[in-house]
Design a protein around this ligand. Sequence first.
Ligand code: ZN
Ligand code: ZN
Length: 279
Amino acid sequence: MNNSKKMALIASVCSVAMAACGTDAETSTATDSAAGKSDTTAGDAAVQDAAAGNGLPAPYNVIYNVESAVIEGDQVVVRTKDLPDHKSPFYGKTHALYEAYNGTNPNFSTAIQLPNGTSDPILAAQNVTFRFPKNPKEATTKTATSLGPIGMAINGIILFNQYNGAKALLDSLEINNLDQYNGHPTPSPSLQYHYHTEPLYLTKTKGEGALIGFLLDGFPLYGPVEGGKRLKSADLDKYHGHTGVTAEYPGGTYHYHVTDDAPWINGDGFFGTPGTVTK
Ligand SMILES: [Zn+2]
Ligand SMILES: [Zn+2]
């Protein structure tokens, strides 16, 4: 077991043992930083056994910058290193993808003040495995999202919900820490790069109405524009989506949209039954 896996295991234990042990630790303690994800028994061996995949549902073909994407039974299994394919000030200064902040927020800082001190993280490679239901369905009983990964953007980057480590809506503390592409890492030791809001690199390169990710329940996430209109949260249901035809789902599907206004990606939880994520 390498160190990062050991750390993940410790973090998993932490997440099971302490309900308050969040992943997005911007306003919580340093020990909070790695977990907060659904724990499952899906082991690395099973993932490594997965053959080079085929038969992926067609919309999943837009996924790139991941280690693998395969079908296992009734699940789409995606492994990712969670390393952004775009530049970021959160890459170390000697990294080829390092770029100083050049966004529009005059209050941006890579450093963030935590209760136990200042965090100024450099993002790090992860080993994350997402298991999405291949045939998503509306859940009879809806479940809330957890802190930690709630889905994955099409470039293999983790999506987080609208809350910080204290389970409060992100405030200026976190917003001022989002880089020019709206991502940032969790504090040490996990250093897990993630988006809470519009993944600007994807909506810029793929289009503002493009398919940009999948939440853990297998339902797709789209950019903010649809039918020429820039949607607001008020245009969507309480889970932050609606049902309709999209380019990738000509027969119609439930889907989420990211919006400029909170809660950005997801509202009151998953519309469908979520799969799992392990690290
Ligand atoms: Zn965050
Ligand atoms: Zn829509």
